[in-house]
Design a binder for this molecule. Structure first.
Ligand code: SF4
Ligand code: SF4
Length: 70
């Protein structure tokens, strides 16, 4: 069952909680240009490995993550 994993890079504070809690290592921290400002954000580089456990959604302190069934 595929899941669509989206991170709101404007809302992400780079706390790395999602990187630590995801059982499928979906996330990787990357430096990204967000509104002309360089910041470290979490990128769902292995979204195809997501099992839809919703742990990241529940644990993100900034409510920056959306996981939807495709
Ligand atoms: S838990 Fe939320 S705020 Fe923290 S790095 Fe992940 S997406 Fe960003
Ligand atoms: S829903 Fe679970 S498996 Fe999918 S990205 Fe979030 S923590 Fe990882």
């Amino acid at each position: 069952m595929p899941f669509k994993v989206t991170v709101d890079y404007k809302a992400c504070t780079g706390c790395e909680t999602c990187v630590q809690v995801c059982p499928s290592q979906v996330y990787e921290m990357q430096e990204m240009d967000v509104d002309g400002e360089k910041k470290n954000v979490s990128v769902p580089v292995r979204a195809q490995d997501c099992i839809g456990c919703m742990t990241c959604v529940a644990q993100c302190p900034s409510q920056a993550i959306t996981v939807e069934e495709e």
